[in-house]
Write a protein of this length. Structure first.
Length: 231
């Protein structure tokens, strides 16, 4: 259950897992570009078909992907409404005061939400099938040209890899902190905007403290293991 919530690497013997991470990064980037550049529903159908095939080949549980997109329904709704209301092209469907919901706005909102969902699903597939060490190695491979500019690519690759891996960890920790705050009487579902703001601050501060604490522990662990960057 923890893997489903956090989206950390799942070690399964599958062709997708065995694929060299350099190729996975290239394919992942290509699919993200294809998704964002899509201008036709046919492209989305092809994108979805390729995603389904990759998920089946990876032997991952479908719940990993359902949980990734289902918990963000409010985010999708906000994106859709913002585009529907403020994208003023096309015939108006609903007019109220200075607010006009247009057909073009509805289409734009649907496209943006669809793009976000596909990006999340492809990202989920990449993270679940690539270990942190592989991701670091792959990122470092593509950053090698920066060595000509005397950029320490190994350190940069490690930073990016750790950042990717720590996002789900912090999300899980945020859930635990929220549950703890609710147990102490925090009213996250309150309709009073002041109470809700107070609860949000009570959630944000511990998350930031936890993030800095984890960063400090990680740096100490790297030093204890003799990590010397490019050396």
């Amino acid at each position: 259950m923890t893997d489903i919530l956090t989206g950390t690497y799942v070690n399964i013997n599958s062709p997708i897992h065995k694929l060299d991470v350099k190729y996975k990064i290239a394919c992942f980037t290509a699919m993200i570009i294809l998704t964002l550049a899509a201008k036709s529903y046919i492209v989305y159908i092809i994108d979805f078909a390729l995603l389904v095939i990759c998920v089946l080949i990876s032997k991952l549980n479908i719940r990993h992907f359902i949980s990734a997109i289902s918990r963000l329904w409010l985010f999708y709704l906000i994106i859709f409404l913002m585009n529907s209301i403020f994208y003023g092209k096309g015939k108006a469907v609903i007019s109220f005061w200075k607010i006009n919901v247009t057909i073009g706005g509805i289409k734009q909102g649907a496209v943006i939400v669809l793009n976000v969902i596909f990006v999340i699903l492809w990202s989920k597939l990449f993270i679940l099938t690539s270990s942190p060490i592989e991701i670091t190695s792959g990122i470092n491979f593509y950053l090698k040209p920066l060595k000509l500019l005397k950029v320490k690519t190994e350190n940069l690759a490690l930073i990016l890899s750790v950042s990717i891996q720590f996002v789900p960890t912090l999300l899980l920790e945020a859930q635990n902190i929220k549950k703890a705050q609710i147990a102490r009487g925090a009213e996250f579902e309150s309709r009073n905007i002041f109470k809700k703001t107070k609860c949000i601050f009570a959630l944000i501060v511990p998350i930031f403290i936890s993030a800095f604490k984890r960063a400090d522990e990680l740096s100490q662990a790297l030093e204890a293991r003799g990590y010397k960057g490019e050396k």
